[in-house]
Structure formats: structure tokens, C-alpha cells
Design a protein around this ligand. Structure first.
Ligand code: GAP
Length: 471
């Protein structure tokens, strides 16, 4: 991977620094590395699995636990292919695929750079022996291959992004199924089940986190775009007349969620899609964008899906997917506002934002200033020495804290190196057990962000940590 520097004045780390840290410290590994890796797939290591879970938990807490108008769901990844016929994914979930006739690079047409054709440029291209130049006019803006720069590309063809598989022992027609490319459809096809069992009425939402799969033509930029990834989606069902109001409501809620968890204000913005950019189901979409090291890009999409999905599934299944309001006697198909986020992409944005280097005691240190809710470990218990009485007491401290917090325990290397390691993986607080602790039943707590150290009685540790971490 090339070193993609953070744009001037954007806070956080470079891509190279964050990718290295993820590998070195056990957040994210290239998948099947012993076999040379596998096509932009990644495995989440001991710290990555904790952090990804924290991202999803923070989302779930804000979207489900803290509200009385949203319920959860965990739908199947493999389900009826009729879902994808109805949703329009079989027909429309495509990207324009082109091949470079010179170097054979395969690309997405809409992601290629374009060049203004001048006489000089035509001469240069001709010297390189590139074909198809007779079809190009001076003054045209033409797409060029991202690898060799040639304008000699095949016609774009629609490439469906869904992964196809077969259910049952025979690979035959009628046995095809698809890995879901979004979690959203699980919510639509369960609309009646949930309406009938949860006693919710519009406006209400169904939330789900889980894996989705897309056969992306050009995955890349680490876990920004992968073929297997995790989503966090809410389908919020509203009376049609209220859809504009709820759309605005969710824009603000979702924007504030990222700010609240530590994305700096200067690294996040909202961008409304123009009409050509809209997905086949959307009457309006606004992206929450993040300032990645290569520039602004999508972090989350918030769409007004209208009654598109419920109407389509009603048509294809024959089941009426409507709401009957007993008070007004009105029957209607709710409209849907959908905030759709990527958990793996959000984790990368949080890592990029949290990465920092500063100076401590005349030495440069790397520190992940993660919000404590997202940090893999909240506390590290560090005995100053491996001598037995200290280890016993340290284990007692660990046992006290582990019930409430995900804790690390580390008795290797010098205490300075252990502090540096915990700073680098974002642990907000270290608890050091030393020989005095055996006499005074006190320990030292050290803060990641300030490196301040204070002595506290073990009996007060839990309440002090509660104040410090905020939970
Ligand atoms: N249900 C609507 C939907 O899926 P989307 O904008 O295609 O909308 C929502 O996806 C979010 O899922 C994106 O904003 C992004 O965070 C994440 N996402 C989509 N494709 C991804 C990929 N190939 N790799 C990683 N994350 C992806």
C-alpha cells in the first residue's frame, strides 16, 4: 500500500501508520497471510475483535437500548432469492465494469480519473502505441486506466455485485442463493412479524448489525472497501407525511453519534446526493462523510427509501405489508428512513482519528486517543515485578475489575515499555501494583491522555474508574 498522508490540517494518523499499528498490535491482519493473503480480506485479531464489538455496541446502545421506538433483529445471511428479485438488487445492484485493452487492468468506470484530450496528449498516447485513438475527439473528457493511463477501454458492462452460491448438494438452477449485500432486506421481510409481535406502531424502527457481502470490483484502502464487511442499519418506518421530518432528524442523530465518539468536527461533514447518484430505491440520500487520508468519502448513508421496499415485497410475495391505524381508521404503507452505517469502515475512521504522536519525557510516543467506550481494553493491570506476593495481589485487582471492565493483564518487560504499549493500543487507564501496595492496599492509576499518576486505595478503585471512564 502506498503511504497515503492525511490531508494537511486533518487530525489523526496516516494510512500507513494505522495499517502498521493494526498489524503490529493485533487489531487487523491480512486474511490467510501464510498463503500470501486473499484479495483484500481481513481478519480481526484479539484487539480488533474487541474494538469492532465496541463500535457495534455503541451503535446498538444509541439506536436500540436508549430508545423505546426501535427493536432489534438478527436475520439470516442466506435467504430466499425472491428477496433480491423484489428489492431490485438482481436487476440494479450493479457497477459499470471496464477492462483496459492495453494492460488488462479491471476497473469501475465511475471511479476512473478523466483527462481533457489535447493534441499533445494524443501525440503522447500515440507514441505509446495505444489503440482506439481515432475514436477520441479533441476537447473530450475521457476516462483513463488507473494503472497505465491508457484511454483504450472496453465498453462498460453492468456487473452484479452479489455473491451467488447454491443451497443443497446440487449446483443447479433453482438452487441459487445470494449472500446478502445489505442487512436492510431482513428488516423489510420481517415487517409484519415485528409489527404483530412487538406492539410498535409507526414511527418505529428495526435495527440490525451483521455481515454483508459485495463482490466489489475494486476493493481497497484497507478495510474501507472490502468484499466481506459489517453493517449497522436501521429501517425507521414512518407515516408518509412525516418522512421529511424524520429524514432531517436522523441526519442530526447520526452526525452527532460520530462526534460524540471522538471524530473531530473538521473531519466529518454531510453531503447530499444529486439525482444521478441516488440508488434505485432512494428518493433522497445524504452521506455522512469522513476526511480519509485520500480525501472525503462515505462513512454512512442516510436514505429516504419511501415505500419502495414494502411495496415491492407486497407485490412479489402477495402479502400486504401495511399498517392499519385503528385510531384514525387509516391504512397505509409506511415510508422508510434508513441510516446505514458500516461497522468496519467506522472502526477505521475511529482509528485514524485517534492516532497521535506526542512527546513524553523527551521521547516520542504513539498513542490511540480512543473514546474509552471504543478502546479494546478499558484498564490494564500491571504488577511492577513478577515476585509472587505482587502477582497474587495483582490477580486480586484484576478479578475485582474484570467483572465490570474488559481488562488487560501484563507482567512482561519494564513498566515504561508496558505503559507505551497500552498507550499505543488505546487503553485509557493503567493500574500499577507495586511493593508498597502490599502494605497500604493502594495502587497507582495512570491516565493515557495526560500520563498523570495518582495513588488510590484498592477499595475505591471501581468508583474512581467509573468517574474517569464515564461508565
Ligand atoms: N442498505 C443501504 C446500504 O447498504 P450503502 O451506502 O451501500 O447502503 C451502507 O452501505 C454503509 O455500509 C456504507 O456507508 C459503508 O459504511 C458500508 N459499506 C458499504 N459497502 C462497503 C464495503 N464494500 N466495504 C466496507 N464497508 C462498506
Amino acid at each position: 500500500m502506498t503511504d497515503q498522508r492525511a490531508p494537511e490540517n486533518s487530525p489523526g494518523g496516516t494510512m500507513e501508520a494505522v495499517v502498521n499499528l493494526c498489524k503490529r498490535r493485533g487489531f487487523i491482519f491480512p486474511s490467510a497471510e501464510i498463503y500470501g493473503g486473499f484479495r483484500s480480506t481481513y481478519d480481526y485479531g484479539p484487539l480488533g475483535v474487541l474494538m469492532l464489538r465496541n463500535v457495534k455496541d455503541a451503535w446498538w446502545r444509541s439506536m436500540v437500548q436508549m430508545r423505546h421506538d426501535v427493536v432489534g433483529l438478527d436475520a439470516a445471511i442466506l435467504s430466499s432469492p425472491k428477496i433480491w428479485a423484489a428489492s431490485g438488487h438482481l436487476e440494479n445492484f450493479t457497477d459499470p465494469l471496464v477492462d483496459c485493452k492495453s494492460c488488462k487492468e479491471r476497473s469501475r468506470l465511475d471511479q476512473l480519473e478523466t483527462c481533457l484530450v489535447t493534441e499533445d496528449l494524443l501525440k503522447t498516447w500515440s507514441k505509446k502505441g495505444w489503440k482506439g485513438l481515432e475514436k477520441i475527439n479533441l476537447g473530450d473528457q475521457v476516462p483513463v486506466c488507473s494503472s497505465c493511463g491508457s484511454p483504450d477501454l472496453t465498453e462498460a458492462r453492468a456487473f452484479n455485485l452479489m455473491f451467488k452460491t447454491f443451497v443443497g448438494p446440487m449446483e443447479e438452477s433453482g438452487a441459487e442463493a445470494y449472500l446478502r449485500p445489505e442487512t436492510a432486506q431482513g428488516m423489510f421481510v420481517n415487517f409484519s412479524n415485528i409489527l404483530n409481535t412487538s406492539r410498535k406502531r409507526p414511527p418505529f424502527g428495526i435495527a440490525q448489525t451483521g455481515k454483508s457481502f459485495r463482490n466489489e470490483i475494486t476493493p481497497g484502502n484497507f478495510v474501507f472497501r472490502t468484499r466481506e464487511f459489517e453493517q449497522m442499519e436501521l429501517e425507521f418506518f414512518v407515516p408518509p407525511a412525516e418522512s421529511d421530518r424524520w429524514f432531517e432528524y436522523w441526519l442530526k442523530e447520526r452526525f452527532d453519534w460520530y462526534l460524540n465518539l471522538g471524530i473531530p468536527e473538521e473531519s466529518i461533514r454531510l453531503r447530499h446526493h444529486d439525482s444521478q447518484e441516488l440508488s434505485h430505491y432512494s428518493a433522497g440520500t445524504c452521506d455522512v462523510e469522513f476526511l480519509y487520508p485520500w480525501g472525503w468519502g462515505e462513512l454512512e448513508g442516510i436514505a429516504n427509501r419511501t415505500d419502495y421496499d414494502l411495496t415491492q415485497h407486497s407485490k412479489f410475495s402477495g402479502e400486504k405489508l401495511e399498517y392499519f391505524d385503528q385510531q384514525s381508521g387509516e391504512r397505509y404503507t409506511p415510508h422508510v428512513i434508513e441510516p446505514a452505517a458500516g461497522a468496519t469502515r467506522a472502526m477505521m475512521a475511529f482509528l485514524l482519528s485517534a492516532y497521535a504522536q506526542d512527546e513524553v519525557g523527551g521521547e516520542t510516543r504513539t498513542v490511540l486517543r480512543l473514546d474509552p467506550r471504543l478502546a479494546p481494553y478499558k484498564v490494564a493491570v500491571l504488577p511492577l515485578s513478577k515476585k509472587e506476593p505482587l502477582i497474587d495481589l495483582s490477580n486480586r485487582v484484576f478479578d475485582l475489575l474484570k467483572v465490570r471492565y474488559m481488562c488487560d493483564y501484563d507482567e512482561t518487560q519494564s513498566i515504561g515499555r508496558r505503559y507505551r504499549r497500552q498507550d499505543e493500543i488505546g487503553t485509557p487507564v493503567c493500574v500499577t501494583v507495586d511493593f508498597d501496595s502490599l502494605d497500604d492496599e493502594s495502587v497507582t492509576i495512570r491516565s493515557r491522555d495526560t500520563t498523570d499518576q495518582v495513588r488510590v486505595p484498592i477499595g475505591e478503585l471501581l468508583s474512581l474508574l467509573g468517574d474517569k471512564l464515564g461508565f
